[in-house]
Write a protein that binds this ligand. Structure first.
Ligand code: MG
Length: 159
C-alpha cells in the first residue's frame, strides 16, 4: 500500500446577503461568501489537500474562476471530480481533517452534517472525516468578520 499526505488552505471574503455554503452544507447566516463558485471555502481547501497529496496542482488550475462552466457551481461537484481524478490513478482518500476559522455564525450545530456530507461525496466513512471550527478571538480579518479561513489535511491511499 502507498500512502501520501496533502494539505490545503483557502480564504473567502464575507458579504451581507450572500448564501453561506460550508462543508457542503447551507448554513443559516446573515453573511455569505464572495466567490465565482458557491464559495465553499472548506471544500476548496479539502480539494487542494487531495490534489496536493498527488502533486496534481490546485483547484484554481483545474477549475479556473474565469470559466463560465464553474460559475455558481456547487463545490460538492468539484470535490467529486477531484476524488474521481485520483480514483482514475488508483488512489482514494484515507481520512481528512479540516479546521475552519470563522467568527460568526457558530458552526457547532452543523459539524456532523458537514462530516456526513463530505464523507458521502468522497465515499469514505464518517469517522474518516473530521471538521473542527474555531473563532480567532476577534483578532485579524477572521475576527473582524471579514472572511473565513480553512486548513485541510488528508491522507490518500493506493491499495
Ligand atoms: Mg476558494
Amino acid at each position: 500500500m502507498e500512502l501520501r499526505i496533502g494539505n490545503g488552505y483557502d480564504v473567502h471574503a464575507l458579504e451581507e446577503g450572500l448564501p453561506m455554503w460550508l462543508g457542503g452544507v447551507n448554513i443559516p447566516s446573515a453573511v455569505g461568501f464572495v466567490a465565482h463558485s458557491d464559495g465553499d471555502v472548506a471544500i476548496h481547501a479539502l480539494c487542494d489537500a487531495i490534489l496536493g497529496a498527488l502533486a496534481l496542482g490546485d483547484i484554481g488550475h483545474l477549475f479556473p474562476d474565469t470559466s463560465p462552466e464553474w460559475k455558481g457551481i456547487d463545490s460538492k461537484i468539484l470535490l467529486a471530480k477531484v476524488v474521481a481524478l485520483i480514483a482514475g490513478r488508483g488512489w482514494r482518500v484515507g481520512n481528512a481533517d479540516i479546521t475552519i476559522a470563522l467568527q460568526v455564525p457558530k458552526l457547532a450545530p452543523h459539524i456532523l452534517s458537514m462530516r456526513e456530507t463530505l464523507a458521502r461525496v468522497m465515499g469514505v466513512p464518517v469517522d474518516a472525516v473530521s471538521v473542527k471550527a474555531t473563532t480567532t478571538e476577534r483578532l485579524g480579518f477572521v475576527g473582524r468578520g471579514e472572511g473565513c479561513e480553512v486548513w485541510a489535511s488528508v491522507t490518500v491511499i493506493k491499495p
